[in-house]
Write a protein that binds this ligand. Structure first.
Ligand code: ADP
Ligand code: GLC
Length: 479
């Protein structure tokens, strides 16, 4: 029998994206066995979604939903994209916004509404999923509401839930009184064994407590979050839930990220011809960004949200030293002002050598993945990380800190065995990072054959969804 699955997520490619969550929620559904799984996705109908898709959304129906003392309009729109059905929840008051997230005061209510509406729409549209698969704190209340609905409404009985943690740092924490005001659940849900943590209401905790299974996006992160350093205050809960917690490493969309067919890059290439062709992209990017044009110069890329999570204080700390080396550094990202400004400063100080692109651009990200020789990702913590997978796919060798998914997906070069797909270091230490970058430089300039071997290994690795989608299927079968 066909199993019905509903993904609930606050951002989904290709419609709206701020980070890797959107990549996962948008690409994974395509990779389930279509004979056995009918996977659909629900997301908010944000005003800031990509314009090109707005005209394809078809109005389906609307109804009104109770949010305690309010009664809110819920419109449902639908589109089918690459064989997957996507539902969009429409409400101007919540989703007429210029970015998916703002501050927690607004976001909390917005995602209470979204979570509840995702459940309330189901009898209306006549879709009863076997499994609802929720992602991150924004959807943490879905399993909690479902727990309540099941007790009063036969329609919801038998529906199981999976909750995936993409990032334990973001939990959706609000004051209890505010929570009582916007979350229409009986009082006991706000107690310590359920939604409450440290005196507040915690949306993520709701997802973890009420879901039938909890997953996170790599094996190493699944272990790390049971410790104090990575547990973000929820380590005791993670240990308690250990029996229902599994790590399933992310994949990426191998069609969208394919150096052989990528329309965003100047010169397509593959594992057989990258030695000659890949650097044509580098040359074009050097020209485009006003860097010194020399295709033989080592170029290191960064494409990232500019936040503490990603280890940029390490980069800042040794940037002057690194810039003495024979390298170029290209940064694409937005985020904390301190990092935006410091990278702009270095681009000014080392003009021709450093480019700081403080904006969001998918085409530019592809150019960087394709053009660079190495990709720097020294994260403080990294649940999975997709950028290093994209880099591997384009033969751009990741230089990473051994944490979370970075540890699980990048194999350090071993100069004796001639194995590996990149470079890594263990401790969160700026000089350890710098030594690893310099080691990579040395291989790049002095041992080109070895470097190219590593590129070959990297490009031959398979981080498509093929493997991980099967693991999710197996998980659904256990429910
Ligand atoms: P996270 O989800 O923590 O931000 P991931 O590595 O999982 O990190 O995913 C980041 C995703 O966002 C990747 O697809 C990356 O290419 C993309 N991305 C990040 N910053 C930018 C940017 N400024 N422009 C384009 N894409 C970006
Ligand atoms: C989060 C994590 C990142 C992960 C992504 C998708 O944003 O920070 O490591 O790859 O989610 O799961």
């Amino acid at each position: 029998m066909m199993k019905k699955i509903l993904f609930v997520a606050s951002e989904v490619v290709p419609f709206v994206k701020t980070g890797g969550l959107a990549d996962v929620a948008g690409s994974l559904p395509k990779y389930f066995d279509k004979e056995k799984y009918d996977v659909r996705v629900v997301l908010p109908k944000y005003a800031c979604m990509k314009e090109a898709f707005k005209k394809d959304l078809k109005y389906k129906l609307h109804f009104y939903m109770d949010m305690n003392w309010r009664n809110q309009y819920v419109g449902i729109f639908e589109t089918v994209y690459e064989g997957v059905t996507f539902y969009f929840i429409d409400n101007e008051y919540y989703f007429n916004v210029s970015a998916p997230y703002s501050d927690i005061v607004n976001d909390a209510e917005k995602f209470v509404y979204f979570s509840k509406a995702s459940l309330c729409m189901l009898p209306q549209i006549g879709f009863k999923p076997d499994v609802i698969h929720c992602h991150d704190w924004q959807t943490g209340l879905v399993p909690a509401f479902l727990d309540h609905f099941r007790k009063n409404d036969e329609f919801y009985q038998g529906i199981k839930t999976v909750f995936t943690i993409h990032n334990l740092r973001f939990q959706g924490i609000i004051d209890k009184n505010r929570a009582r005001d916007i979350i229409s659940l009986p009082e006991y849900y706000f107690e310590g064994q359920y939604l409450e943590a440290y005196g507040c209401v915690n949306f993520l905790k709701g997802g973890i407590v009420f879901a039938d299974k909890v997953t996170t996006v790599s094996n190493t992160y699944a272990e790390e979050i049971k410790t104090k350093f990575y547990g973000e205050g929820l380590e005791a809960l993670m240990n308690q839930k250990a029996g229902d917690l599994v790590g399933i490493v992310n994949g990426i969309d191998y069609t969208d990220f394919n150096p052989e067919t990528d329309p965003h890059i100047v010169k397509n290439f593959n594992v057989d011809n990258f030695r000659k062709e890949k650097k044509k992209n580098k040359k074009a990017l050097q020209e485009e960004l006003g860097l010194e044009v020399d295709p033989n110069k080592m170029m290191i890329g960064i494409v990232s949200r500019l936040t503490d999570q990603k280890g940029f204080d390490l980069v800042n700390h040794v940037m002057d030293e690194l810039c003495q080396d024979n390298i170029q550094i290209v940064i694409l990202g937005t985020g904390d002002k301190k990092y935006e400004n410091s990278f702009l400063h270095y681009a000014w100080k080392y003009s021709g050598k450093v480019a700081a692109l403080i904006y969001y651009s998918e085409p530019m990200s592809h150019k960087i993945y394709a053009s660079c020789d190495a990709f720097l990702m020294p994260s403080l913590f990294e649940p999975c990380g997709l950028s290093q997978l994209m880099s591997l796919r384009y033969g751009t060798l990741p230089i990473v800190r051994e944490t979370g998914g970075l540890k699980d997906t990048v194999e350090a070069y071993n100069e004796y065995e001639k194995t590996g797909t990149g470079f890594s270091f263990a401790n969160y230490n700026a000089h350890e990072m710098m030594h690893t970058v310099r080691y990579a430089e040395q291989i790049f300039y002095d041992k080109k054959r070895d470097w190219n071997k590593i590129v070959e290994h990297a490009m031959k690795k398979d981080f498509s969804w093929a493997n991980s989608a099967r693991l999710y299927e197996e998980l659904y079968e256990t429910l």
